[in-house]
Design a protein around this ligand. Structure first.
Ligand code: UDP
Length: 475
């Protein structure tokens, strides 16, 4: 008689046991409350949920709270920041914002996590009942986890290449680099940081170098965390990944782009999307429209708005421009646009307050993305094969812009340091009309294909997600 290949009398039992082992594991996610950070964290929640984990989002109530009704599969642990007026968190610079946000989250987060643990069914001595995944900027997540004897993992929401550059800032400062670095040397290569030039370093005119270096020492370290999850692709940033891996010596899981792995689409937008622009795009020719957005945080001044508008008008290209209310300094929305601009543009252009960006980038009418090169926008553009026109403003955006234009060669950078209508018009034509733009578009299409392969069975991000699942189960 042939031996039964399945020694288990109930063929579903093994599967059920594995599943039971999975569902009794709970993951608490601690996002940083800004759009570019909330989205990848919610998407990570969605992919981990699809792997059988129960997901709880621990978030502060006061700043950009997620909408639980958009995520019926998740539980939510809202906490109130300690202190009276949360608005004063925003009154200092970037460093003050994050140190204050973490300090004021520390005890409320710990309390609500402790309460969450008490309420969990099936508590057993010596058994880890939950793990904490925190955004690198919400490093208080690690402190809370450690105090409660829970393992923690970091989610890094920006590119590895930028992190490597941040990590080099203290060394560069010690070697003489300062806030008064001469303009004449901005295009010189940075030692040991190829392919970055000094102008690509992740600095900001709103933050001193000293303050940046202090912040790096808080957010770029692994602390006691067991692993780092990256919203990037291994092969896309291989050299940076290898260096960071050598430095950190804990497992890395590159599971990006998370928005592509989170299927069905996870609604993560904190602002109301203007869906009307999609029907406008439907009427445009294929690859004819330039989409413009500088993300969820950046501001421009009136002069920059006027230069951008005039450059766009003079280029003659159709465009879709997302301008957040309040993002033009000193005005409610787009009041300072040059007189007659809207009439002159007519149906050739459309301005919205907030676009459904991912849908926009996936639309066949889009031929280019003029972006500030935030990491989410960069990944979204690359994933849809849309070539970029780069206007990095500060921080990691400057590093991403260098990679887009010089390493992956899927975009063009504006050459002038300040917004200039002539340069804008010239670069729009290079990207949207000239032969050069056609070649860049072909490279972007090839990169899109590589990304698509990476998230399919056997691809690097697909495998990394499975490895991450196993890793969490092994903790
Ligand atoms: N975004 C959007 N509609 C807009 C502008 C931005 O949906 O009109 C989304 C975009 O898809 C991205 C995020 O906001 O996921 C911005 O993140 P990014 O890292 O690019 O920039 P940040 O806002 O953090 O500077």
């Amino acid at each position: 008689m042939m031996e039964n290949p399945n020694p288990n009398p109930n063929p579903n039992q093994n599967q059920n046991q594995a599943r039971r082992r999975l569902v009794c594991r709970s993951v608490v996610l601690v996002p940083c409350p800004f759009q570019g950070h909330v989205s990848p964290m919610l998407e990570l929640g969605s992919v981990l949920h699809s792997k059988g984990f129960s997901i709880t989002i621990a978030h502060c109530e006061e700043i950009n709270p997620p909408n639980p009704s958009n995520h019926p599969d998740f539980a939510f642990l809202p906490f109130r920041l300690s202190g009276d007026d949360h608005q004063d968190i925003f009154s200092g610079g970037v460093e003050a914002l994050f140190t204050s946000l973490n300090a004021r989250s520390e005890s409320p987060l710990k309390e609500c996590l402790a309460h969450h643990l008490k309420m969990m069914p099936d508590q057993k001595e010596g058994r880890i009942s939950c793990i904490v995944v925190y955004d690198a900027l919400m490093y208080t997540g690690e402190a809370a986890a450690t105090q409660l004897k829970l393992p923690s993992l970091i989610l890094r929401t920006s590119d590895a290449s930028a992190l490597l550059a941040y990590g080099a800032m203290a060394r560069l400062q010690a070697a003489g680099y300062s806030d008064n670095f001469p303009d004449s040397k901005l295009r010189d290569p940075v030692p040991q940081l190829h392919p970055l030039r000094f102008k690509d370093l992740p600095t900001s005119k709103h933050q001193t170098l000293e303050s940046l270096v202090r912040m790096v020492s808080l957010v770029c370290i692994k602390r006691t965390s067991s692993a780092i999850i990256w919203n990037t692709l291994d092969w896309l940033e291989q050299p940076a990944m290898a260096k960071l891996q050598q430095q950190d010596q804990i497992p890395f899981f590159s599971v990006g782009p998370l928005f592509k792995l989170a299927v069905p689409r996870c609604p993560t937008n904190l602002m109301e999307e203007d869906a009307g622009c999609i029907s406008w795009l439907d009427k445009q020719n294929p690859q004819s429209v330039l989409y413009i957005s500088f993300g969820s945080l950046d501001f421009i001044d009136e002069r920059e708005l006027a230069e951008m508008a005039t450059g766009l008008a003079n280029s003659g290209q159709p465009f879709l421009w997302a301008i957040r209310p309040g993002s033009v300094l000193g005005s409610q929305w787009i009041e300072p646009l040059p007189p007659g601009f809207v009439e002159e543009i007519g149906e050739r252009g459309r301005i919205v307050k907030w676009a459904p960006q991912r849908e926009v980038l996936a639309h066949s009418a889009i031929g280019g993305f003029w972006s500030h090169c935030g990491w989410n926008s960069t990944l979204e553009s690359i994933s849809e094969g849309v070539p970029l026109m780069c206007s990095p403003r500060f921080g990691d955006q400057k590093v991403s812009a260098r990679y887009i234009s010089y390493v992956w060669k899927v975009g063009l950078e504006l050459e002038t340091e300040v917004m200039d209508r002539k340069e804008i018009e010239r670069v729009i034509r290079r990207l949207m009309v000239d032969k050069e733009g056609k070649e860049i578009r072909e490279r972007a299409a090839a990169l899109k294909e590589k990304v698509e392969l990476s998230i399919k069975a056997g691809g690097s991000s697909y495998n990394a997600l499975n490895a991450l699942t196993e890793f969490i189960l092994s903790l």
